[in-house]
Design a protein around this ligand. Structure first.
Ligand code: DX5
Ligand code: ZN
Length: 237
């Protein structure tokens, strides 16, 4: 499993220091929630914050774009230093072209689905995507409650990917993930876990990472090796 802490719950007065603290705690991924106030009812941060952090951090930047028509901004996020761009199926009309362009720009790409969005179209995107993100809250804010119906959806997506040549594609779950539910989500077939409030509200980060990995049923050592495997597999090309 990989834990990808969401910057939205970090201390915004000290984002560089927060990145250093994650790296020292043995966490290689960072989830960056970019929201435009249109796709979801909140405005967070954009490329200036990401490019500033890129200068001081080697973390893998897993950038979750909750913006309308994200294809307008792909070059900007590539320049800012994103390693992976995750775009919402509901936000982009020409999704395949958008994913292909993200690859051309040297980044990894993922497709995100809101809790109520049907999964069937994912089948046609298997050759073009590196990850599926399943929202387990409605996008906009951290600190919301996990929607239990997403458990069945994780299983259905895993089955769909496996049946259509996408065994290698990991499933990320985002929203309301905590040590109390991560074990069940691993059982359902999820691989990568975003956590905002349940992670950042409980420092120190190394111990908190251990609470997540222990609850997921993997040793800290195993988790670290899986993380570094994914990091090199997902490195910018
Ligand atoms: C919601 C974001 C999530 C959120 C997760 O729009 O996509 O990444 O920050 O926060 P928690 O873990 O607190 O639900
Ligand atoms: Zn997110």
């Amino acid at each position: 499993m990989i834990l990808s802490p969401s910057l939205l719950s970090a201390n915004f007065c000290q984002l560089g220091t927060e990145c250093d603290a994650l790296a020292s705690a043995g966490i290689p991924w960072l989830h960056l929630d970019v929201i435009d106030g249109m796709f979801a009812p909140n405005i967070t941060f954009g490329t200036p914050v990401i490019s500033s952090l890129r200068k001081v951090s080697d973390l893998f930047f897993d950038v979750h774009l909750m913006v309308e028509s994200p294809s307008r901004y792909l070059e900007d996020f590539a320049k800012a230093g994103a390693d992976m761009l995750v775009v919402h199926m509901e936000a982009e009309t020409h999704l395949q072209r958008c994913l292909a362009r993200i690859h051309e720009l040297g980044m990894r790409c993922g497709v995100a689905l809101n809790p109520s969005t049907d999964i069937s179209a994912l089948r046609w995107l298997v050759p073009d995507m590196d990850m599926v993100l399943l929202m387990s809250v409605n996008p906009g804010f951290s600190g919301q409650k996990f929607l239990p119906m997403v458990e069945g959806k994780i299983m259905a997506v895993r089955e769909l990917l496996d049946a259509n040549g996408g065994k290698h594609i990991p499933v990320q779950v985002d929203g309301g993930v905590c040590p109390e539910n991560i074990g069940q989500l691993v059982q359902c077939g999820a691989d990568i876990f975003v956590s905002g409030s349940a992670f950042f509200r409980h420092p120190p980060y190394r111990q908190r990472l251990e609470s997540f990995t222990n609850a997921a049923g993997v040793s800290h050592r195993e988790a670290a090796s899986v993380c570094s495997q994914w990091k090199s597999r997902f490195a910018r090309v």
